[in-house]
Design a protein around this ligand. Structure first.
Ligand code: AQP
Length: 333
């Protein structure tokens, strides 16, 4: 069976975009793939994280996966730092990847911003760790959003260069991107040209997975729109990114096509639509959020799930890591 690796950073504020763009789709992949889902805490610390908040967010992301329907017995859920081989392989890949390759990574430029000199070395080397995450398990498929495509390309380049440099053809597979038709790119509720993001300073820009019904309704009510009525067709939506975003969220949450949602609300005002959208979001997210809360109150259970997952992840990784070390020429591995 083909193997999937995918991850989410426990950087706080897990949001509707993480759910509709990632976790919800993972649930659908479980029947067709062997899945390894990782709370990537080592990626998270490439930017400063308060230690207690990191611990809490790690549990929150795991709870969201379980509450959304990921089967932690059949598949693997664990937090990255429990499997030391991620760091070991990332170091080897630091020595395989070329500076020129990393210099081209747009996410580093975006995240480092103007203060590049002050960014951590970890943020710069982040794509090498991501390549290690995937290749440590010889994963064949990686569900990726647009923003991660460039990093996956880099993982493919690293795999090919390792195979070539050490004369081990096909040792690492070329991991394939899994572009999911059902994945929705959710944009900020305050700016339809920016993706909904954990790190957006405006709390009103995103719906957090921990928001209650009132908070969800308030954020949708206050979401940016424009003075026009809702569009009559998809063409009339052009140049109205905030409107497209809200309609897209409605379509994703109701599992209907965007065209059907446009037809349903064509010509109406935003008041009634926003109320319907808020009711839909509360109805769909509510049961998941209730289960998340229950799980987060039972930290011993979440910790046990993550420990069990890590143990199984280690047992897949260990023989592959031994082979990698032998290939590199490390002694007594
Ligand atoms: N707005 C989004 N719409 C759809 N999918 C999204 N994802 C993130 N934001 C959206 C998907 O969620 C998964 C986990 O993402 P991540 O935690 O690795 O970090 P990210 O992509 O950098 O997410 P954020 O929320 O934007 O975090 P910050 O603000 O810390 O950078 C990925 O599959 C991602 O595509």
């Amino acid at each position: 069976m083909s193997r999937i690796f995918s991850g989410i950073q426990p950087t706080g504020n897990l949001h509707l975009g993480n759910y509709l763009g990632a976790v919800r789709n993972w649930v659908k992949l479980q029947d067709d793939f062997e899945c390894i889902f990782c709370v990537v805490d080592m990626h998270a610390i490439t930017q400063w994280q308060d230690p207690a908040a990191l611990t809490a967010s790690t549990r929150e992301v795991a709870a969201a996966m379980i509450a959304s329907g990921v089967d932690a017995k059949k598949h693997i859920i664990f937090n990255q730092s429990q499997v030391a081989a991620h760091a070991e392989l990332a170091w080897i890949f630091n020595c395989v990847a070329r500076l020129g390759w990393l210099n081209r990574m747009t996410q580093f430029k975006d995240k480092a911003g103007k203060n590049r000199e002050n960014a951590s070395v970890g943020l710069y080397a982040y794509p090498n760790l991501m390549a290690a995450d995937i290749l440590l398990y010889r994963a064949t498929h990686v569900p990726v959003g647009e923003d991660q495509k460039q990093h996956l390309e880099l993982a493919r380049d690293i795999a090919a260069k390792f195979n070539h440099d050490f004369g081990v053809e096909d040792f690492f597979p070329q991991p394939e991107p899994l572009i999911l038709g059902t994945a929705t790119r959710v944009m900020s509720l305050k700016d339809g040209t920016k993706k909904m993001s954990k790190s957006d300073p405006s709390a009103l820009s995103r719906i957090n997975m921990t928001d209650d019904a009132d908070a969800i309704a308030k954020k949708i009510r206050e979401a940016k729109t424009d003075p026009e009525a809702l569009p009559e067709d998809a063409k009339a939506m052009e140049g109205r990114p905030e409107v497209a975003n809200l309609l897209g969220i409605y379509a994703a949450l109701s599992d209907t096509s965007l065209d059907d949602v446009i037809a349903q609300f064509a010509g109406q005002g935003f008041g009634a639509f926003k109320k319907d959208l808020a009711d839909l979001a509360v109805a769909k997210l509510g049961p998941i959020q209730d289960e998340m809360r229950r799980l987060m109150d039972d930290t011993a259970h979440i910790d046990a799930v993550l420990k069990d997952g890590a143990q199984r992840a280690r047992s897949i990784a260990a023989p592959i890591m031994t082979e990698i070390k032998q290939t590199v020429g490390f002694l007594n591995v």
